[in-house]
Ligand binder design. Structure first.
Ligand code: PEP
Length: 248
């Protein structure tokens, strides 16, 4: 494992309940591993999550507005998330890109707003199956990363996390092999290194896409994989705890 502190984030998406929060909080009380753990429930549970989770467990949001405040009905500002107790926010998840039309410019604007509010962005990048089969994986993921680097500057990545989430592996049960994931992670780290070797070596790169308790350890053992962004398996206390324990 690298010298970077591993990070495991659970993305509940539009799932969960107050009861699930109690179960996850209860399970994580016994967690004493190496990883930083982040729980990202839907907006209405954020403040309750902060109250329920142990102090060492972070709370993250799944989205934020690109605007600081104002007449934007239904949107949530970064400062509000910070006030609710969030330390992290997921930006540019493939579901936001595909279902809500978030393009690289909007993703970059949200990244900047997150940092203005003192939140650590977890920037998601990933290719579709079609893009992978056409041999475009590197161009797509590095393009998504470069779009944000060019907008906010490489120094902003001193306080950011990048998550490689192949779209074809999200919620499908198809996990990238450890070798496939490592190859893309190394490429992403190289892209960062071309701008700043220091930032490249300290930035945590998470893998996401059907990570489960039984495949997490092998994925996390790859040299450029610093933890995971977990969807479905973060909705069961036992499996989320086991995945956190696999990160060391
Ligand atoms: C995700 O949505 O970020 C994700 C990785 O989902 P899953 O683990 O269910 O594939």
């Amino acid at each position: 494992m690298s010298k970077r502190k591993p990070l495991v984030a659970g993305n509940w998406k539009m799932n969960g309940s107050q009861a699930l929060l109690g179960e996850i909080a209860g399970a994580l009380v016994s967690y004493q591993g190496e990883a930083e753990v982040v729980v990202c429930p839907p907006f209405p549970y954020l403040a309750a999550a902060r109250a329920a989770l142990s102090a060492g467990v972070h709370v993250g949001a799944q989205n934020l507005s690109d605007q600081p405040e104002g007449a934007f009905t239904g949107e949530v500002a970064g400062a509000m998330l910070a006030e609710a107790g969030c330390g992290y926010v997921i930006i540019g998840h493939s579901e936001r890109r595909a279902l809500y039309g978030e393009d690289d410019a909007l993703v970059a604007a949200k990244f900047a707003r997150a940092q203005e509010a003192g939140l650590v962005p977890v920037l998601c990048v990933g290719e579709t199956l079609e893009e992978r089969e056409a041999g475009n994986t590197e161009a797509v993921v590095c393009g998504q990363l470069m779009a944000v680097i060019e907008a906010v500057g490489i120094d902003a990545f001193a306080s950011a996390v990048v998550a490689y989430e192949p779209v074809w592996a999200i919620g499908t049960g198809k996990t990238a092999s450890p070798e496939q994931a490592q190859e893309v992670h190394a490429t992403l780290r190289q892209t960062l290194a071309e701008k700043s070797p220091e930032i490249a070596s300290s930035t945590r790169l998470l893998y996401g896409g059907s990570v489960k308790a039984d495949n997490a350890a092998l994925l996390f053992s790859q040299s450029d994989i610093d933890g995971g962004l977990i969807g479905g398996a973060s909705l069961t206390a036992d499996s989320f705890l086991a995945i956190c324990q696999a990160a060391q």
